[in-house]
Ligand binder design. Structure first.
Ligand code: ADP
Ligand code: MG
Length: 227
């Protein structure tokens, strides 16, 4: 992966604004011209992230998702910097705000937006895709109610539609945060699955398994609040 110098990096950051940071530093930065820079820590271990960087996975996954017809941010560049040690991806900003922000502000389109999320999830599952970061903070919704996926470094692709176990696990990924569960409660499991199954078209018996799994998940887990 191409490396850029600290001078080039500083020039890139001129006029920028930090959108997200954690204990290790800046993570997501809004550059000028509506482009977003996302940084990934380079971990000095022998983990698989050392072999294929998160930035490269982001680029590959965005391309594969787009090829299969999903609306995902458009990647413009990937590179790495030495100080701090990071890989980076630059992509076009999607107009709108996260589904979490939108639903927290206004409940007006709650049902329509959650129905759309159910449909998106079913399309991903039927296409054999596990988007492991699919929670309400990683979907951007625009004024027309259309979705764009962000934060796509962690995806798995297979040829066949997902098994019930994988689908259930992915529901788990989607509802890992307390905030999102509260929003989800306004639609509830069976209504969400009704919308999901308009696209997934699973037989009743399989849908009942998903229904059970989702109810169990919501009853037993004690997720951390979103920070
Ligand atoms: N394409 C985009 N359009 C609009 N806002 C974005 C976009 N990408 C990221 N953001 C904003 O930046 C925040 C963090 O981005 P994200 O890639 O999810 O990073 P992380 O989850 O690792 O903090 C999002 O919650 C959103 O508010
Ligand atoms: Mg995110």
């Amino acid at each position: 992966m191409r490396k850029i110098s600290s001078e080039q990096y500083d020039a890139l950051l001129a006029g920028s604004r930090v959108l997200a940071r954690d204990d290790f530093g800046d993570k997501v930065i809004l550059l000028t011209a509506e482009r977003i820079l996302k940084l990934f820590r380079v971990k000095r271990t022998l983990s698989s992230a050392g072999l294929i960087s998160y930035a490269t996975r982001f680029r590959w996954n965005a391309r594969r998702l787009a090829k299969r017809g999903f609306c995902v941010v458009k990647v413009l560049d990937t590179f790495r910097i030495n100080q701090p040690p990071r890989t980076a991806v630059i992509y076009e900003m999607a107009p709108g705000e996260t589904l979490r922000d939108r639903l927290s502000k206004s409940q007006a389109d709650m049902q329509a937006l959650l129905a759309k999320l159910a449909e998106l999830l079913a399309q991903l599952h039927q296409s054999g895709i596990v988007f492991r970061s699919i929670h309400f903070g990683n979907v951007i919704v625009d004024d027309a109610g259309d979705f764009t996926l962000i934060d796509v470094s962690d995806c798995r692709f297979q040829r066949r539609p997902l098994s019930l176990i994988r689908r259930t696990r992915n529901f788990h990924h989607m509802l890992r945060y307390e905030d999102d569960r509260k929003l989800f409660d306004s639609i509830g499991v069976s209504e969400f699955l009704d919308f999901y199954n308009k696209t997934a078209q699973l037989p009743e018996a399989k849908l009942a398994v998903l229904n059970d799994g989702l109810n169990k998940l919501l009853a037993t887990d004690a997720p951390q609040p979103h920070l």
